[in-house]
Design a protein around this ligand. Structure first.
Ligand SMILES: Cc1ncc(COP(=O)(O)O)c(C=O)c1O
Length: 405
């Protein structure tokens, strides 16, 4: 089947945050949304069919995860990441960020050091602060257009840390980490007895020739200290179904994590989370294999357009994810001015890079999980705004405040 990713789906009036809450977050409704990390495509028809059939049944009582649910996860992990996992290792939560918070609460104490690698998905920092843990930022380094980890700094910070929140692939800098990088990270974590929460929510959106290696697959020593969190939410646009799949090979970690979940009565899942996840893993592959080149084409559209018409802005080449990291430093604007420039002048809703940490200053994150014509629309607006030399007006609109999407 050939899927039509160019088809425009009107998402307005569905209460979706990306299109319906622009005024709340940017102080304006008439702006073009390229921010929240979900896509503007319909979920694959193969998944919709199962959700619709289940909805048509009309009785939505408490529902278990069947053996078929677990085998759909196991088969996907084998097929897509060549990782053999066992049924007992799989624990679901209503999202990756809840899993991350539960792990931090169970395995660290208030005041303990937790490492992040900024610029990074901002709920990492927020969660550390909300739980009263100590934020240790092992900032990534940008060199020759590519982000890398700072090993020396990681060694130093690891001495004072209990856990690292690792983002693989990385949002927003779109890095897919190599096996060598994962091994190096693993050696440091083992040496300093660090636990790893490995957020692998973007693991399926990978551009060739990159491949995704799950952190815990690197070695037994790493598997023993890692909680890895995956989901079909980014891959198949199912974020509203709120189900993530956590893989915990260590019996000890698994038992403690499960107890925390049971204490909070979070061990049930929504019916549609179960049905959607299972159908995605069983029947979604063909759609995904056609989505990936479409997203790459969207990236090429952005890259070529910027090179030809907006040379003041460049884009970091992504290894994966549908989030682009735009380097706007040549515009020479403060972060406040950059937000105002995008919202007021370009009439575009992007995420300001500084939200992801100090290294994001001067950058903007652009979501390209949408029909190609929406990308062109955004770029046309941007070109016009860059050419317009009227002053930037910073008003009191809440440009910088966002939810955790
Ligand atoms: C790296 C990363 N982790 C987690 C999430 C959100 O996960 P969830 O909605 O399952 O809590 C996102 C969403 O953008 C993300 O980019």
């Amino acid at each position: 089947m050939k899927y039509d990713f160019n088809k425009t789906i009107d998402r307005k009036n569905t209460d979706c945050i990306k299109w319906d809450y622009l005024n709340a977050f940017f102080g304006k409704n008439d702006i073009h949304p390229m921010w929240v990390a979900d896509m503007d495509f319909r979920t694959p028809p193969e998944i919709l069919k199962h959700i619709e059939e289940r909805a048509a049944h009309g009785v939505f009582g408490y529902t278990a995860r069947s053996d078929q649910f677990y085998s759909s996860v196991i088969d996907w992990f084998k097929k897509r990441y060549n990782w053999t996992i066992e049924k007992e290792w799989i624990i679901t939560t209503p999202g990756v960020v809840p899993a991350l918070n539960l792990a931090m609460q169970e395995f660290t104490e208030p005041g303990d050091g937790v490492i992040i690698q900024s610029p990074v998905y901002f709920p990492f920092k927020d969660s550390i602060e909300a739980n009263g843990r100590k934020l240790l930022d092992n900032a990534l380094v940008l060199k020759n257009g590519r982000y890398r980890m700072n090993w020396q700094d990681l060694e130093k910070k690891a001495e004072f840390a209990k856990m690292i929140l690792f983002c693989s692939p990385h949002n927003p800098v779109s890095r897919v980490w190599s096996n060598e990088e994962l091994e190096h990270l693993g050696d440091i974590c083992v040496k300093h007895d660090l636990m790893i929460f490995s957020d692998e929510i973007h693991a399926d959106i990978i551009f060739k020739p990159n491949t995704h290696t799950p952190t815990a697959k690197i070695s037994y020593a790493l598997a023993d200290r890692t909680i890895s969190s995956f989901s079909t939410s980014k891959t198949f646009n199912l974020a509203g179904l709120q189900l993530s799949v956590n893989i915990i090979p260590s019996k000890e970690l698994r038992e403690r994590f499960s107890l925390t979940i049971e204490r909070l009565h979070l061990n049930m899942s929504s019916i549609f989370g179960i049905v959607g996840t299972q159908a995605a893993y069983l029947y979604g592959e063909q759609w995904l294999d056609q989505l990936l080149p479409y997203l790459w084409q969207n990236y090429m559209t952005v890259k070529n357009y910027l090179t030809e018409s907006i040379p003041e802005i460049t884009v970091i080449q992504p290894d994966g994810t549908y989030l682009l990291w735009l380097d706007c430093r040549k515009l020479k604007l403060s972060d406040e001015e950059l937000s105002a420039f995008f919202v007021q002048k370009a009439k575009l809703a992007l995420t300001n890079g500084v939200m992801f940490g100090p290294g994001g200053s001067g950058f903007m994150r652009m979501n390209i999980g949408c029909p190609n014509q929406n990308i062109i629309e955004g770029l046309d607006r941007l070109k016009k705004a860059v050419k317009d030399d009227s002053p930037i007006v910073i008003d009191s609109a809440p440009c910088n405040s966002q939810n955790d999407c």
